[in-house]
Design a protein around this ligand. Sequence first.
Ligand SMILES: *Cc1c(COP(=O)(O)O)cnc(C)c1O
Length: 358
Amino acid sequence: MKNPRIVVDRTKLRENLAFIASKLTDHALSIMAVTKVFNAHPQVIALYDECPDITYFGDSRIENLMSYQNSKKQKVLIRLPMISEVPEVIQYADISFNSELTTIRQLDQEAAKQKKTHRIVLMVDLGDLREGFFEREELYDCIQEVLKMDNIQIYGLGVNLTCYGAIIPSSKNLGNLIEIQNEIKQRFDLSLEMISGGNSSSLYLLDSPTDILPEGINNLRIGESFVLGRETAYGADYEQMHQDAFTLAAEIVEIKEKPSYPVGEIGVDAFGKKPHYVDKGNMKRCIVAIGQQDVALDDIAPKDKAIELLGASSDHLLLDITHTKQEYQVGDEIEFSMSYGSVLSTFTSKYVKKEFIR
Ligand SMILES: *Cc1c(COP(=O)(O)O)cnc(C)c1O
């Protein structure tokens, strides 16, 4: 059994890592490679592990951090810890991202139990409205309390943008992080090691003709750019990178001439939605053995541009191949280019095999 499968071109991925790594080190930025998009797959981790410029591995899930405990990279929990997972956080994460004093107190107690010092990065919300302190005074009050704790070290500040609110990073909003850092230095005489200025959406600032990454930001956390070869503020591809290091392949199980308009009374589809169809007469329809259980329809695009996506149920993907040059046969594979969502979901699906080439 080999299909459906995600095909990872190791050489292309290695070249992607090298390109971004040299870009960041040229700007004196440390690199946190975010491993959640490929579900911390051991073979991808092995390849990342060989990149000396990556200092940290970040993931939102403890299970993923647990899976690469043998790696020398520093392990960072980048989703705010659940109180119920505090023992595992102390055991498996060197650093965690935080915004709740209640949780930090629990981390301190558990770290004492395990005879460890746990490092935390305090998250600041600069407008994207996902995690982080929104009110500066609340942040400073929290710092004051954390400074009394014996087993917690405040390692730095972090911000996340372009995730919920789709806010674009700029010298203006990221400049706030530097202001806060200076205020912390003044009030508490506390120097911070890490000022983490965002994810793949902050990369464009390194080449922008109109804006800059503020001086003082010394770390970025990169997930998508390594994998898909583009920055994510505007979605621009890097010419020097590969957008096809990851490809999805799935197999044709039926090809037939059928109408484009369903026959009979229309109710609701497999997901309870009332569908809408356009009558284009008869077409050459093809069924590929993959479905919504593995990947969302919006997250894949056939590499053969003459193929049109018609729809999908949980296990069947329907394509219109009326206008393709290639004469597809049952048993042939169709290749798809991928997005963040499809890399994430296919790596998570146990039904999608993972193949590594080159
Ligand atoms: C997912 C995530 C990242 C990585 O984002 P990319 O857009 O994939 O680079 C960075 N930081 C945090 C907090 C995240 O949750």
